[in-house]
Ligand binder design. Structure first.
Ligand code: GDP
Ligand code: IMO
Ligand code: MG
Length: 424
């Protein structure tokens, strides 16, 4: 019995969707364990680009089952759009997609509360995707939430009205609210509820347990990244769920001793979307080049992503917290053409040089200490095997592997499924 985990090790958007899609042929079940439609997971194959938000990234493969776990929060309106977007591809949604009864629902008023809360924060805003994530997880832990299983009961409408009324009172407490058409939002929401009802709704922890007992191979798909984790991320500039390995246990009902491989994904540089500290952020032409070549725009919101050099202090921390056993390096191709590349190996702080992540990364006295590595000119996007790596690219990969003390098993050199190199 074993479950493998796949997690982002930075601030999200590392390329999780692409790698889950690539690895799905090795698994029977792909199970999303946390987050919601704040995620945007991109897959590319056969010249088509797909962006998934709630649906696991194994959905395009004919055999794998895809589970939306109890740790996920679902916006029915967005879910409906996702399902509709898949219609041209003849996917057997009725049989291949399963939804946990214990997953929580994002109500239209959760989204309104998210927007009101962010607006009230002014300059201190989190830079939320405004998908209602924070308020929904607050209602979950506050024991007020509505779960997918509830929509199968007679009391569901009453529960919905009660929570909505509570939210409207909360909204009235905010200084100014954008005008909104709640009736229209509710109509979309209820249409989405009907779509959810037409899907397979399951006791997901039991489903996962039985699948394990039958020897099925399961890959747990994370959303966001370790530095956005509610406990270990750059709080308060984080999301509201456990994005780290432990989140797969609570978000699916997998026992910790059933976790086998922990696959950690990182970009060859670093990006962040939204507010919060980012010590290696670049404001020069190097950052602009990463953003341009890497098409660094949010898959969910379209916002430009902030770019910077790779931060090995933060990556080592993420590897430690998650118990990462294998690494996957993405977007090495984006760094072609840089004379030299920098990697942050420590921080200077008011208390001296530090090689572990400080309590508050926003502390203005923190500055990165860099090691400089020679760059490469060659285009990597056509590479098929490690034997073809340009010398300096090979050295960069070897340097990171040594620094991170964890094998880099996959090197990705482009967004397409085919642009994936497995290392022995
Ligand atoms: P996720 O949220 O972790 O699934 O990542 P996103 O899909 O939000 O962002 C990753 C972006 O990089 C997407 O546009 C991918 O198509 C793209 N991508 C993934 N791997 C590579 C790669 O190796 N090279 C390049 N150039 N793009 C990549
Ligand atoms: P994937 O799964 C990148 C960021 C937001 C914001 C903070 C809180 O595609 O990697 P939230 O909407 O959760 O309240 O926003 O977290 N954020 C992400 N950044 N990728 C994501 O998901 C993200 N999901 C949330 O930009 O800074
Ligand atoms: Mg993304």
């Amino acid at each position: 019995m074993a479950v493998d985990l796949l997690l982002g090790l930075q601030w999200g958007d590392e390329g999780k969707g692409k790698i889950v899609d690539v690895l799905t042929t090795h698994y029977d079940i792909i199970a999303r364990f946390q987050g919601g439609p704040n995620a945007g997971h991109t897959l590319e194959f056969d010249g088509i680009k797909h962006v998934l938000h709630t649906i696991p990234s194994g959905i395009f493969h004919p055999t794998a089952l895809n589970l939306i776990g109890n740790g996920v929060v679902i916006d029915p309106a967005i879910f409906k759009k996702e399902i509709e977007g898949l219609q041209p591809f003849n996917i057997d949604i009725a049989n291949k997609l399963l939804i946990s009864k214990k997953a929580h629902l994002i109500l239209p008023t959760h989204r309104l509360l998210d927007a009101a809360s962010e607006a009230a924060k002014g300059k201190g805003k989190i830079g939320s995707t405004l998908k209602g994530i924070g308020p929904t997880y607050m209602d979950k832990t506050g024991r007020n939430g509505i779960r997918v299983g509830d929509i199968l009961t007679d009391q569901w409408e009453a529960k919905y009205q009660l929570l909505k009324e509570k939210h409207l009172k909360l909204l009235a407490g905010y200084p100014q609210n954008d005008t909104f058409d709640l009736n229209a939002l509710e109509a979309e929401f209820m249409a989405g509820i009907a779509i959810i009802k037409s899907c397979k709704i399951v006791d997901s922890e039991q489903f996962i347990y039985e699948a394990q007992a039958q020897g099925k191979k399961i890959l747990a798909e994370g959303a966001q990244g370790s530095l956005l984790d509610i406990d270990f991320g750059t709080y308060p500039y984080v999301t509201s769920s456990t994005t780290t390995a432990a989140g797969a246990c609570t978000g699916l009902g997998v026992a910790p001793n059933q976790v086998k491989e922990v696959l950690g994904i990182f970009k060859a540089y670093a990006t962040r979307v939204g507010s919060g500290p980012f010590p290696t952020e670049l404001f020069d032409e190097n950052g602009a080049q990463m953003a341009k070549v890497g098409h660094e725009f949010g898959a969910t919101t379209g916002r430009p992503r902030r770019c910077g050099w790779i931060d090995l202090v933060a990556l080592k921390y993420a590897i430690q917290i998650n118990g990462v056993t294998q690494l996957m390096m993405m977007k090495g191709d984006v760094l072609s053409g840089f004379d030299s590349i920098k990697a942050c190996t420590a921080y200077t702080t008011s208390g001296g040089t530090q090689e572990h992540l400080p309590y508050d990364l926003s502390d203005p006295s923190i500055a990165p200490v860099y090691t400089t590595i020679p760059g490469w000119e060659e285009d990597l996007t056509g590479l098929k095997s490690e034997a073809d790596f340009p010398e300096n690219f090979r050295k960069y990969v070897a340097y990171l592997e040594e620094q991170l003390a964890t094998p880099i098993k996959i090197v990705s050199v482009g967004p397409d499924r085919e642009q994936t190199i497995f290392r022995s």
